[in-house]
Design a protein around this ligand. Structure first.
Ligand code: EAX
Length: 325
């Protein structure tokens, strides 16, 4: 073949100048509550950056807000969306073993919680999800939950008595508030603000990042830093989506999960450092000196009911966990 014919062939094959490579991008839909400017959104943003980069943009992460976590978990199960970030609130209705993590005052502090979830204990729990039609990528974090209400300052467990408190759809949390003499009212997060506005419930409980980033100060007057339970979060994906990934893209998914967890936890830490002062600035009355021992003693009286049906050996392993153990 003459050189001129070879050059003519190459020219005919070259893409028109400026045209992008014509490869199809696969959309990966992510849903979670609160919005992208939140501790969950920090995770989504980090996940997007890593996964798109490591797959050379063959995938495109698209975030949609959805404040109903039971709904997003179901959507991941049936495959109408690919991934979600959710608190463990409703997860126990899909993977009952996770309810062990929702016991009040189970975790001593954030380091204890993160250490347990990153240890074999947490990794073993992630392996419980595939049998329930869910692929669990990573543990993330919602944070320690605190009480808010619009009726009165809460300083002691007795102040909780008689309050109508919205809880997540989580029987462990509901039993805890029953033990304190409150009237637990379970509902999805998407129903919370209207319920507070209409006075259907007096109060609720959530971590600082949620109260802050969802502006719950607009519908709640009093905040008490009870820290009564640690709220883990999870990054969950549809198993069909994961199974269709080749080995390299699946490794990219897991790396993106690790990066999401790191960014999410960093944002929780940051929100917890600045959020209380910001909520006070926005007008909330904040009780910071809480007699945690009194709340733990009040709940201990009901521990048999609160922990009924849970795994006592697992709870013991979690309570006894120490760094390096
Ligand atoms: O995951 O429902 C709740 O109170 C959760 O903490 C909130 O949706 C963030």
């Amino acid at each position: 073949m003459t050189m001129s014919r070879r050059l003519a062939m190459v020219a005919a094959l070259a893409l028109p100048l400026g045209a992008a490579p014509a490869f199809a991008q696969t959309q990966v839909t992510f849903q979670h509550p609160i919005g992208i400017n939140s501790h969950y959104g920090a995770g989504t943003t980090a996940f997007k950056e890593t996964f798109e980069r490591l797959t050379n943009n063959r995938f495109r992460i698209v975030y949609q807000r959805n404040d109903n976590e039971r709904e997003t978990i179901e959507a991941v199960q049936i495959g109408t969306i690919e991934c979600t970030i959710t608190s463990t609130g409703p997860v126990g209705n899909f993977v009952p073993e996770t309810r062990n993590l929702d016991v009040p005052f189970l975790f001593r502090d954030t380091a204890h919680a993160r250490g347990v979830l990153d240890s074999q204990i947490g990794q073993d729990l992630l392996q419980r999800f595939p049998a329930r039609g869910i692929f669990a990528v990573a543990w993330l974090e919602n944070g320690f939950r605190h009480m808010t209400n619009s009726r009165r300052e809460v300083n002691t467990p007795a102040d909780v008595r008689g309050l109508k408190v919205r809880t997540m759809e989580n029987p462990v949390h509901m039993r805890a508030f029953q033990t304190l003499g409150a009237l637990p009212t379970p509902m999805a997060f998407s129903e919370l603000v209207p319920a507070l506005q209409q006075g259907t419930v007096d109060g609720q409980e959530n971590p600082i990042p949620v109260i802050l980033n969802n502006n719950l100060n607009q519908v709640q007057r009093f905040l008490t830093l009870t820290g009564h339970v640690y709220s883990p979060a999870l990054l969950l994906c549809n198993p069909g989506f994961v199974n269709r990934l080749n080995a390299a893209d699946r490794a990219a998914l897991m790396q993106a999960g690790r990066d999401a967890a790191a960014a999410n936890r960093a944002r929780v830490t940051s929100d917890e450092q600045t959020g209380v002062d910001e909520l006070r600035r926005r007008g909330m009355t904040v009780v910071t000196q809480v007699d945690s021992a009194a709340f733990q003693a009040a709940l201990a009286g009901g521990s048999a009911q609160i922990e009924q049906g849970l795994d006592s050996a697992l709870l013991r392993r979690i309570r006894e966990w120490r760094p390096g153990s």
